[in-house]
Each structure stands twice: as structure tokens, then as C-alpha cells.
Design a binder for this molecule. Structure first.
Ligand code: ADP
Ligand code: MG
Length: 317
């Protein structure tokens, strides 16, 4: 049985002053997916996202959310069913973190006790202890903390859908990396349908269940990260992926686990974690000038061997 898509765009276009920003796109996103829209600046990513929550309207075509055509839905009510997190967070500067996160629940008419409990839960989910952060103001937060609050606010009304427009774009690489990991962890717990926009292909490859590549308002390819790397449909997608880096990006999608061999003989001197990627294993081999690693689990027990040769084998699972 094919699942009913949570989000379905059918021949959607949007013009601005006769210029086409989004050009006849059709797309289905299933419930629980983390769909990443990637492409160069000006290709229509943000416009696509804004069409979904009716911040702007379609010039033609239609959009269904959970089976319902949004043309007939009230924009404000629709927006309360979808979280929206953007690059510069859009937090109200004179409101505390708690009040900022409570915006949508307040609009939804929740009781003060229920709102407080929800804020508490979300701050903990985003690794911001309530006692420390609830009463701070946005100016008292670091960039990464403010972005976490922005994500908490987007999740506050418990929407089925979360729209994220370059939410980590302004952060330094280390903070960005940790927020990406947080998002993956949170998604494994809450299982929303997420549409995430970025111009960073590495961010897309790391986060996405499926990636939508856009160019000049059109969808060029819609595929899993692995398929995109294995079978880019044209030169544009190839160049976006970076010709010389393709092998390493592909190796980052492959876990050590599916390539390791059974233990035998002496344990190699250097180790890799079973949940690391082949890219990390290759880096360790190069660094230690060795062609074999011991694979260890989270408790540091040896669970297998990874000879360099095994990197070239097809995955075993
Ligand atoms: N409100 C607007 N008015 C006029 N043109 C716009 C508006 N929003 C976007 N555009 C144009 O539409 C195109 C796509 O923009 P956008 O969706 O913001 O791109 P991206 O998010 O991929 O960088 C660009 O050429 C942009 O200038
Ligand atoms: Mg944009």
C-alpha cells in the first residue's frame, strides 16, 4: 500500500511581476519524512516553503496538506498547524524565551498550566534547561541557543508539519553540526513531517530522507541521498555534489557496521566505532598509516575488523 502523502504539490507555479519563481513543480512528501530542498540562491526554495503555509499563494496549481486542498483553508488556522523556523529566528526581543515559545499554544487557547508544561518539555528536548533559560530574553542567548528556541517555538503547538528555512545558516560550523545532530535526534523521537530548506548540499545529505534539488524554479531531481550521489540526473546535480568529493560524501552515508568482518587473530592497534561512517574509517586509516582497524561498540568491546579492502565490498546489510 502506498502511503497517503502528508504534503502534495501538483503543478504549482508562482510568479512575481511576471518572473517565474516556482515553475510547475509537483512533489509528494510522506508523513514522517525529513525532506530537504536544496539549490543555489534564488532558485525558489523559500518561495516553495511559503506556498505551503500560505504566506504567499500559488499563481497556478494546487497544494494538499493531509489530503485537504489548502486553497479553501484559512491561512492563519493552517499556519497554526505547521511550525515555521527561519534563519534569524524571528523571536520577539522584548519577550522571554518562555513567552516566545508559548505564542502558538496561546493562540490555540491552551490553559496557562498546559503551556508551561509544554515549554518545559520543549526546552528539555532541545537541551536548554528550563530553570536556566525560560526567563532569559533573546539578546541574552548565543546564536545556537536562540536557534534552538526558534525550533522549540515552531514545535510548540505540536504541529504535524515543521517547515524550516535555512534555520542553521547563520551559525558557525561546530554549532551547526551539533544542531543538525539534535534535529536528527529530535526527529527520531517526535517523527514529524519536516520540510527543510538549505543551500548546503552536505547539510542536505546528512539530514534528508529524500532530497529535492531545485534549479531556476524547477525540481531537477527528487531522490534519496545515496541515489542522488550514485545517479545524479545531469551536470547541474553533479556539480552541486562536487565531482571530486563524491566518493567521500557517499562514504559518509555508509556505516562501518555493514562492512566489518568477523574478529580473528590479534586485534589491530587502532579502532573505529561501529556507528562511525566509512568516511571516518578512511580518515583514521590514513591518519594512523594503517590498512586495518578494530571495530568497537559503545562499551569499547571489540566487535569486528575493518580491513581497507572491505571498504570496497558491497554492504552486507
Ligand atoms: N516577495 C517577492 N517579490 C518579488 N520577487 C520575489 C519575492 N520573493 C522571491 N522573489 C524572487 O523569486 C525568486 C526565488 O526566490 P526565493 O524563493 O527566495 O529563492 P531561494 O530561497 O531559493 O534563495 C528570486 O528571483 C527572488 O528574487
Ligand atoms: Mg531562501
Amino acid at each position: 500500500m502506498t502511503p497517503t502523502p502528508m504534503i502534495e504539490l501538483s503543478h504549482v507555479s508562482r510568479l512575481f511581476d511576471n518572473a517565474v519563481a516556482v515553475d510547475d513543480i509537483s512533489l509528494q512528501i510522506n508523513s514522517g519524512e525529513l525532506c530537504v530542498i536544496v539549490g543555489t540562491s534564488g532558485c525558489g526554495k523559500s518561495t516553495t516553503l511559503r506556498l505551503l503555509n500560505k504566506l504567499i499563494s500559488c499563481s497556478s496549481g494546487n497544494i494538499r496538506i493531509d489530503g485537504e486542498d489548502i486553497a479553501g483553508l484559512d491561512a492563519k488556522l493552517l499556519r497554526r498547524r505547521m511550525g515555521y523556523a527561519i534563519q534569524n529566528t524571528g523571536l520577539f526581543p522584548h519577550w522571554s524565551v518562555e513567552r516566545n515559545i508559548g505564542v502558538v499554544p496561546t493562540l490555540l487557547g491552551w490553559s496557562p498550566e498546559k503551556i508551561k508544561a509544554r515549554v518545559h518539555e520543549l526546552l528539555e528536548l532541545l537541551s536548554l534547561p528550563y530553570a536556566e533559560f525560560a526567563h532569559k530574553f533573546p539578546s541574552q542567548l548565543s546564536g545556537g541557543q536562540a536557534q534552538r528556541v526558534g525550533v522549540a517555538r515552531a514545535l510548540a503547538g505540536d504541529p504535524d508539519i515543521l517547515l524550516m528555512d535555512e534555520p542553521f545558516g547563520a551559525l558557525d560550523p561546530i554549532t551547526r553540526d551539533s544542531l543538525q545532530n539534535e534535529l536528527l535526534r529530535i526527529q527520531s523521537q517526535i517523527n514529524k513531517t519536516i520540510v527543510f530548506v538549505t543551500h548546503d548540499i552536505d547539510e542536505a545529505l546528512k539530514l534528508a530522507t529524500r532530497i529535492v534539488v531545485m534549479d531556476k524554479g524547477r525540481i531537477v531531481q527528487h531522490d534519496t541521498p545515496a541515489n542522488l550521489l550514485d545517479r545524479p540526473v545531469n551536470e547541474f546535480v553533479q556539480s552541486l555534489l562536487g565531482q571530486n568529493e563524491r566518493g567521500l560524501k557517499r562514504a559518509s552515508l555508509e556505516p562501518v557496521k555493514t562492512h566489518m568482518q568477523a574478529l580473528s587473530g590479534d586485534l589491530p592497534e587502532h579502532s573505529v566505532n561501529v556507528d562511525d561512517t566509512l568516511r571516518q574509517a578512511m580518515s583514521l586509516m590514513y591518519w594512523h598509516r594503517t590498512d586495518i582497524l578494530c571495530v568497537r561498540d559503545a562499551e569499547n568491546h571489540a566487535v569486528g575488523l575493518l580491513p581497507m579492502r572491505a571498504l570496497l565490498d558491497s554492504p552486507t546489510a
